[in-house]
Ligand binder design. Sequence first.
Ligand code: GLN
Length: 260
Amino acid sequence: MKLNICHMYPDLLDLYGDRGNILTLAARCRWRGIEPVVQQASLGEDLDFLGMDILFLGGGSDREQGLLVQDLMRRERELRNAIENGLVVLSICGGYQMLGNYYQMANGEKIQGLGIIDIWTIAGVKRLIGNVVVELDERVQSVGTGKVVPPRTPGFKSKTLVGFENHSGQTYLGEGVMPLGKVLFGNGNNGDDRQEGVRYRNVFGTYLHGPLLPKNPHFADLLLELAILRREPNTSLQELDDGLEELAHKTMVNRLMKQA
Ligand code: GLN
């Protein structure tokens, strides 16, 4: 089996090791005998969203977001269609903000968003920086539609995510929009409502850099399982030995929760 993974705007959206998420997804495929086909596409380059299994958007400064917005808006209809068809998307910070209605920068200027998810972002006076621990919403780790269906992939399971944030944007979720989870340590979406990230269909948005996936292998496998189930509904992923990843995850969660 092959899995098509695309890193969009790798030259503009790649902060705090975000590219490591692509490396993690590709390695976890290879360790299972699945061939990862990794594509990169930036300004003006053609993309076939319907032929893709996983799309990745990293984080970027306000300047980078301003540079890519026109190119991204040109693709709005195709991307929205693929997302409504279940495309798996991981979007981090600046990339996450661009999936929403708009991002209003500190200078008051608004960067238009794709409006695919009913969220909006307004820059705050203080940057939200530091480590983060999130307690995942039970519905987020579901591979089913409608009712909660736990992932079938055996192996390390955790109800938390751990990562690093650095953003001025404060994101708010519209009525009924599902957050990724509750902030146990750090700021998350806006430092006020204790929510972090978002899930819409198979789209996951989060402020967690780091990169996110190496210390959260259960989340990497959720993305892979969702992508594989779209192609072969009766397939499940082989278990991997995640001893090191598990240790890294638990060490960071324990260390931070002691400070909470
Ligand atoms: N420029 C955005 C902000 O400051 C996103 C930053 C990021 O991707 N780390 O909020």
